[in-house]
Ligand binder design. Sequence first.
Ligand SMILES: C[S@@+](CC[C@H](N)C(=O)[O-])C[C@H]1O[C@@H](n2cnc3c(N)ncnc32)[C@H](O)[C@@H]1O
Length: 342
Amino acid sequence: MNRLGQIIARRIRARGPLTVAEFMALANTHPRHGYYTSRAPFGAAGDFITAPDISQMFGELIGLWCASVWEQMGQPRRVLLVELGPGRGTLASDALRAIRQVSPAFRQALELHLVETSRRLRAEQAAALAGENPAWHDAFAHVPRAPLLLIANEFFDALPVRQFLPDGRERRVGLDGDALRFLDEASAPGVSEDSPERQALATAIAERVVAEGGASLLIDYGAERHDGGDTLQAVRRHRYAPVLESPGEADLSAPVDFGALAKAARQAGAAAHGPVGQGVFLRLLGIEARAALLAAKASAEQRAQISSALRRLTEPDAMGALFKVLAIADPRLKLLDGFAPC
Ligand SMILES: C[S@@+](CC[C@H](N)C(=O)[O-])C[C@H]1O[C@@H](n2cnc3c(N)ncnc32)[C@H](O)[C@@H]1O
């Protein structure tokens, strides 16, 4: 068993089995051996590729979305651009470049706040965002109160889920000798899931945009409604791996239940726009025109890359349908780019 596996096993021997949510939180964010704390997960050489790494167009269009919402907000003189889980800082860097081009006044008004637990990734973000003067926080609750635009790309899927057995008991991780095992494995097919942590964060974002003004974009893989079953997955080097096999060495995630987040947001008084498929959202923001503009100045090889990136980001058989976009917004903002009126 690896180092984090041994730490988890010791803890189980001392204090008893862990819930699935506790296991997931330790595997992803243990301060020394957690997946995001200890590894370089991104890119072809890592474990997975995210949309900002596929193409600069993704972050640029989100930057333009923010500029358009800032206009609708009445151009507040101080506005926070908050990113949850910024990874390598690529999305924020591309967004800020686009923002500077279309609206220097918006860039002037904007303060960059990053929510990131991994010290290692904070260093990568500092390098990518040199000159942008970001402030870092361990949790969204620590971000100062002011009008805000918030982006979370592939963040909610990493937050822990709880699992329940058909008889209502919470599913737990225990030991079989020295190996980690799900307890009551036989009942796994009837497992159901819930994520109070994700819903609490959606509520907190909703309360902020209602009280301070602003909007947020939550982009993730998931469904409008969770159909039940065990959806927790581990990805290592672009392949699925057994969930309990090597904690901290594989990315643990579960698809996002967008319906549950939208409900939590509405209950807190915010408007929920979408979710819409990432492909629809990016097309409405003009990704095809942006790709054509980039292609016009590109070499043949770059043109092929741009067209492949466009396909990967938008087509339903790639990321276009599985990934969805939900906006949680101040209800005074009636029309948000990329969504039908709500
Ligand atoms: C899958 S990555 C997504 C990175 C980036 N948004 C992108 O699209 O490339 C998840 C990010 O969230 C951070 N993270 C995960 N769990 C976190 C938590 N509980 N609190 C703060 N940051 C967290 C990770 O360190 C990482 O930066």
